[in-house]
Design a binder for this molecule. Structure first.
Ligand code: ADP
Ligand code: MG
Length: 246
């Protein structure tokens, strides 16, 4: 239910001037699988940029986000997040999994699930403080989930589940957000709320890498587009990519 990165808990300052994310020769394969999900990916994502990660099903989008989130150890290559290795600072990176990867039958309330996003900030006693709870309530409010705070997550609609996942990522107050299809299968109301939050993040200078299937508005919604195909990456300005893909 809660994704635990493979490395320990640390806090190391970001390297001044470093890109938000830099991947070199990244190779990834799932344990026991023959398929090479990422075959030598190079990527530079400058700080403050909102980038889309596109590509057909199975092209490696989720794998790339998981490797950067520290959930899957790469076989080769290097990852630098603000100039530091994966896990150097867990506060700095928030990961929103694809909705289908979460076990929504897990017996937990919306509030509790979102509070889990604060765990990276808690001290060794792991006890949330009043400030953590206030942060959770502010974000639940922002995402229109305040009235559902005490509901079991199993009772949420698809759009509400997506908003709850985004809430959990937001309370982490990360600088780099890795969002896996945050807008897939959501109703118009949820879509508007989520899109508003993404706009706000970019106006706050945060960096986002967003796996998406929505190719129609790439140039309007993103500064940059990375396109994966069979685990290989192409990298183009959003305007140019829109012309090629649509
Ligand atoms: P996307 O998110 O672009 O649809 P994925 O990153 O999920 O693509 O998948 C990339 C490749 O890795 C595909 O060939 C897929 O079948 C494989 N794959 C994904 N998840 C797993 C897994 N848990 N175990 C084994 N292979 C996987
Ligand atoms: Mg995926």
């Amino acid at each position: 239910m809660f994704h635990i990165p493979y490395s320990g808990r640390h806090h190391v300052e970001r390297l001044p001037g470093a890109p938000a994310l830099q991947l070199e020769g990244l190779v990834a394969r799932y344990p026991g699988s023959e398929v090479v999900a990422l075959q030598g990916v190079q990527l530079i994502l400058p700080a403050g940029v909102r980038a889309a990660l596109v590509g057909p099903n199975g092209s490696g989008k989720s794998t790339l986000l998981k490797v950067v989130a520290g959930l899957l150890r790469p076989q080769a290559g290097s990852i630098r997040i603000y100039g530091q290795p994966v896990g150097a600072c867990h506060h700095r990176v928030a990961y929103l999994p694809q909705r289908g990867e979460v076990d929504w039958r897990f017996p937990v309330t919306v509030e509790r699930m979102v509070l889990a996003g604060r765990y990276v900030h808690l001290g060794w006693l792991r006890q949330p403080k009043r400030a953590d709870r206030e942060q959770v309530h502010m974000v639940l409010e922002q995402l229109g989930l305040a009235a559902l705070a005490q509901r079991q997550i199993s009772q949420l609609s698809g759009g509400q589940q997506q908003r709850a996942l985004l809430a959990r990522a937001l309370v982490q107050e990360a600088e780099l957000l890795l969002l896996d299809e945050p807008l897939s299968a959501v109703d118009a109301a949820s879509r508007a709320i989520i899109a508003g939050v993404l706009d706000q993040l970019s106006s706050q200078g945060k960096t986002a890498l967003v796996a998406t299937h929505h190719l129609d508005r790439l140039a309007e919604e993103y500064d940059h587009v990375f396109a994966l195909e069979d685990g290989l990456l192409r990298d183009l300005p959003a305007a140019q990519m829109s012309l090629e893909l649509v």
